[in-house]
Design a protein around this ligand. Structure first.
Ligand SMILES: [Zn+2]
Ligand SMILES: [Zn+2]
Length: 66
């Protein structure tokens, strides 16, 4: 039985594009988060909030998790 030339690795996994850094996550303001909008993270007001005239609030991610 020498038929073990096939790999068990599935080819459904897409090639990794870039390592995901735990930090520097794309910051989305509260409005965009609530509406599932793509926030461009502009300060002090992103395009979505700026266009609608909403106050743009960003939640700081410096909250210590312990
Ligand atoms: Zn936004
Ligand atoms: Zn905003």
């Amino acid at each position: 039985m020498s038929n073990s030339s096939q790999s068990n690795a599935p080819e459904n996994q897409p090639p990794r594009e870039y390592p995901r850094t735990p930090r520097r996550t794309p910051m989305a303001c509260q409005f965009c988060r609530g509406r599932k909008l793509k926030c461009d993270g502009l300060r002090p007001s992103c395009s979505n909030c700026n266009r609608r005239g909403y106050p743009c609030n960003y939640i700081p991610v410096n909250a210590p998790q312990s």
